[in-house]
Design a protein around this ligand. Structure first.
Ligand SMILES: NC(=O)C1=CN([C@@H]2O[C@H](COP(=O)(O)OP(=O)(O)OC[C@H]3O[C@@H](n4cnc5c(N)ncnc54)[C@H](OP(=O)(O)O)[C@@H]3O)[C@@H](O)[C@H]2O)C=CC1
Ligand SMILES: CC(=O)[C@@H](O)[C@H](O)COP(=O)(O)O
Ligand SMILES: [Mn+2]
Length: 382
């Protein structure tokens, strides 16, 4: 029985992780979970999965759950709660499906506690990839990708040495506005941005897909997960999201991973690796029904966010921390209808321009920069 700690159980990846646990209850057991504010869903999840420890974002929600569950469940809150959920003694693996760089410190704590890490939370790797990968090496803990593209690369690599890789090719759907020009992007709405053509996901990542920052974050995530220089990470537009990504090897062989767009596949693979478990649910891929798959090279003028992300990644140090924090705050402002779509990119660009890079930032420096950039963006949008 594999025992699972889950950060972000009420989210898109969190609920799908619980689907996987439910379908294979003879193999997996939930021992702890964290949520933000969705108390109603959390109550149902606690009744069904009976975790030992639950963490919520604020004290008020904590008191409500304490009243409801008494001493059947330990209920905590805030960062301390996230860390306790992530490091609970009984867990073998942490599924990190929380949103944003708030996932960083619980991830580091779980690595130190020698938990395997199944990581969906890309912001953690973007903001402090050097700290996370270093800690994982020191504590001999595997970082198992959940993000669909990185799971595809992980499966295509199948343990091959990174010296055998010519390039990693991340596929990108292009998001909700893939067929619009930059001129047309001036007038798009939040409602339209939230309609991803292929995937049903949380609001923040759906906006990231529309701006293409999602792919930018994924380039940095791939750099850290697979230890590959940015010059060997490419992005290819593929509007169907059927090929989840590919690896070209030095002998010019290319291996791709395909499947219908269903996050339960990579979530489950991260939990069963190196084995596979049969799924009785989900759609099989029927290529004959699709007929054709389409590909287009990436235009960095059109997708300005990609250029910013590559640049921040290549500069390295604290630059990706700034990129991520500015993006999290700018997207949050767009979701609250405080700014228009193209202002997301403008705010990030300004934050990057004015940042003095720290080469190898410590955890304290990352926490300080993250907060400073959030405050900066906040002051500009309010
Ligand atoms: N959705 C997808 O298909 C994919 C997502 N990812 C990545 O996975 C991560 C999660 O994405 P997704 O599931 O879409 O996001 P959602 O917004 O659907 O869910 C986020 C989860 O995190 C919780 N949460 C949010 N903010 C905080 C906070 N400050 N403190 C504590 N908990 C918090 C939410 O709680 P609550 O709702 O209770 O407030 C919720 O449980 C992201 O990093 C994303 O990039 C990667 C690949 C695919
Ligand atoms: C499901 C998943 O992994 C998302 O990151 C998805 O890939 C978003 O798609 P695009 O960013 O390609 O639109
Ligand atoms: Mn992805």
């Amino acid at each position: 029985m594999k025992k699972i700690a889950l950060l972000g159980s009420t989210g898109s990846i969190g609920t799908q992780t619980l689907d996987v646990i439910r379908e294979h209850s003879e193999h997996f057991q939930l021992v702890s979970m964290s949520i933000g504010h969705n108390i109603d869903l959390a109550k149902k999840q606690i009744h069904e999965f009976q975790p030992e420890v639950v963490s919520v974002a604020d004290k008020e929600s904590m008191h409500k759950l304490q009243v409801e569950f008494g001493d059947k469940v330990k209920v905590l809150c805030g960062e301390e709660g996230l860390i306790e959920v992530a490091t609970i003694e009984s867990a073998d693996v942490l599924v990190n499906a929380v949103l944003g760089s708030v996932g960083l410190q619980p991830t580091l704590a779980a690595i130190e506690a020698k938990k395997q890490i199944a990581i969906a939370n890309k912001e953690t790797l973007v903001t402090a990839g050097h700290l996370v990968t270093k800690a994982a090496k020191i504590h001999n803990v595997p970082l198992l990708p959940v993000d669909s593209e990185h799971s595809a690369i992980f499966q295509a690599l199948n343990g091959e040495n990174h010296e055998q890789i010519e390039q990693i090719i991340l596929t990108a759907s292009g998001g909700s506005f893939r067929d619009l020009s930059r001129e047309e992007l001036k007038h798009v709405t939040l409602e339209a941005a939230l309609k991803h053509p292929n995937w049903s996901m949380g609001a923040k990542i759906t906006i990231d897909s529309a701006t293409m920052m999602n792919k930018g974050l994924e380039v940095i995530e791939a750099h850290w997960l697979f230890d590959i220089p940015y010059s060997h990470i490419d992005v290819l537009l593929h509007k169907e999201s059927i090929i989840h990504s590919m690896v070209e090897f030095v002998d010019k062989s290319v291996i791709a991973q395909l499947g219908t767009p269903d996050m339960r596949v990579p979530i489950q693979y991260a939990l069963t690796y190196p084995k596979r478990l049969e799924r009785k649910t989900g759609d099989r891929l029927k290529l004959w029904e699709l007929g054709a798959l389409h590909f287009q090279p990436l235009d960095l003028e059109r997708y300005r966010m990609m250029a910013l992300a590559y640049e921040a990644g290549k500069i390295g140090g604290s630059m990706p921390t700034v990129l991520n924090a500015a993006n999290e705050e700018a997207v949050s402002a767009f979701l609250s209808k405080k700014i228009d779509f193209l202002s997301i990119e403008r705010l990030i660009e300004q934050a990057l321009e004015h940042h003095d890079v720290i080469k190898e930032p410590t955890l304290d420096e990352i926490v300080e920069i993250d907060q400073r950039i959030r405050d900066l963006i906040h002051s500009k949008v309010n």
